[in-house]
Design a protein around this ligand. Structure first.
Ligand SMILES: [Fe+2]
Length: 432
């Protein structure tokens, strides 16, 4: 039995194969193959490079299951079908090597040249036209139709897997944060040693959610709390209100690449001091709340819109300087997460804790959690981004099919990409 889990497109697009006959795991991010860091394109680079490993799956799993247009990311929006199709044509012409190639301003001569290359390709204009048409509807709030988003997302998945999906298997869709949680617990030694653990997830957005707390004990799991996203329009852009969005807007204001360079802000924060006035403001934008006897992160949409306009952030940066600006958002992140866990985890004992979701790439935050929360042992999921969620969805699908993932994971290390022999490495070096 071969189970595939994939984030088919969007940032951290990736694919894993759990092969229960060979007892092997294969897993790789698309940007490790294409070399375009944190690209939001699809997994076609993986499919063309490793088609032998991926062929003929029995189960196909995906870590998203709401297709109603609420999330602003590409992953569960039907409009992505059209965007990805015309992007594929453009990329065949432009042949970008790095992320900077995608962002480079093109000269008029280059634009004319590209136009003449595209001209005979009717498919490009078809997809571009419908992308524009549906995006306009989406931005006006007139495309919140599950039927549309699910239809076109499934259509693109089938198109991507056309050559390898000979059994014509339909994908199974799993909740995004349950997938993140599954990746963290099942990869941990807690699962291998039959120990229980709590699992905390924190990312920007996925299936209306940016954070969850789960309890896992072997194959039993229970959701304890879930924090939902809200949408807010600022400077004509729709934002999803979440802790990660706050951090990434600070990252962007500093001139770094959002959802990519947050580690630079974390490093810069070490040289500054938090600005108390801004900390108070942020504490009134996202805060802890008790809803139905569950501790969650809640937010004030009006205050988010008021604070996070471009002008306000730029003025604040000018006033307090880049080091204090970084320190403020880092301190706020550490405080709000530590406060949450101290309220949400059992008060009377130390527990095992697993962490997943893109925000837990923040190592200082993880250290603060370990120091300041009632944690016995901690496990940080190495593929904490959405590549981990893809793996988690494959684990969830395997468990549903009664496959023994414990046996599969028994002696595994978190390095599942392609392997290269000494001879292959030397051959490549000689060519250079
Ligand atoms: Fe995620």
């Amino acid at each position: 039995m071969k189970v595939i889990g994939s984030k088919f497109w969007g940032q951290d697009s990736s694919l894993c194969v759990l092969d229960f006959e060979k007892n092997e795991i294969f897993s790789v991010n698309a940007d490790r193959v294409s070399r375009i860091k944190k690209d939001n394109f699809d997994i076609s680079a993986i499919l063309s490079e490793f088609n032998n490993q991926i062929i003929d799956p029995d189960v196909i799993a995906s870590p998203f299951n709401t297709f109603d247009g609420h999330d602003t990311c590409l992953e569960n929006k039907g409009t992505s079908y059209f965007w990805l199709n015309f992007q594929k044509i453009l990329r065949k012409i432009e042949k970008p090597k790095y992320y900077s190639d995608l962002k480079k301003k093109k000269s008029i001569f280059k634009k004319i040249l590209i136009f003449f290359y595209i001209l005979p390709n009717i498919k490009f204009f078809y997809h571009y036209f419908f992308w524009k048409y549906y995006m306009k509807k989406y931005l006006n709030g007139k495309l919140n139709v599950k039927k549309f988003h699910l239809k076109y997302c499934t259509k693109y998945i089938q198109k991507l897997l056309k050559k390898i999906n000979k059994k014509k298997i339909n994908p199974i869709f799993y909740d995004h944060h349950t997938s993140h949680s599954a990746s963290a617990y099942y990869l941990s030694n807690f699962f291998k040693n039959n120990e229980e653990s709590y699992v905390f997830t924190l990312d920007q957005q996925g299936d209306h959610t940016f954070s969850t707390l789960f309890y896992f004990n072997d194959l039993y799991k229970k959701e304890l709390s879930r924090s939902f996203t809200k949408r807010a329009k600022i400077d004509n852009t729709i934002h999803i209100i979440s802790i990660a969005t706050v951090y990434s807007l600070f990252t962007k204001t500093l001139g770094f690449r959002e959802n990519c360079d947050e580690g630079k802000v974390e490093a810069l924060a070490a040289y500054g001091k938090p600005d108390e006035e801004t900390l108070n403001k942020l504490n009134n934008i996202i805060f802890l709340a008790n809803k139905d006897k569950k501790i969650v992160f809640d937010n004030n949409k009006e205050k988010f819109i008021e604070f996070f306009n471009k002008k306000n952030l730029e003025l604040l940066l000018k006033k307090i300087g880049n080091k204090n600006f970084s320190s403020t958002v880092q301190t706020w992140l550490e405080n709000i997460v530590v406060n949450y866990l101290n309220k949400a985890l059992p008060p009377d004992k130390k527990v095992n804790l697993c962490l997943a979701g893109g925000v837990v790439a923040n190592v200082i935050l993880n250290h603060k959690i370990y120091e300041k929360c009632k944690v016995n042992k901690i496990y940080i999921c190495p593929p904490m981004g959405d590549e981990g969620a893809a793996l988690g969805s494959a684990f969830l699908a395997s468990i549903e099919k009664k496959l023994d993932i414990k046996k599969l994971l028994k002696n595994s290390m978190p390095y599942w990409g392609p392997s290269y022999t000494k001879e292959m490495t030397l051959e490549i070096l000689k060519k250079k």
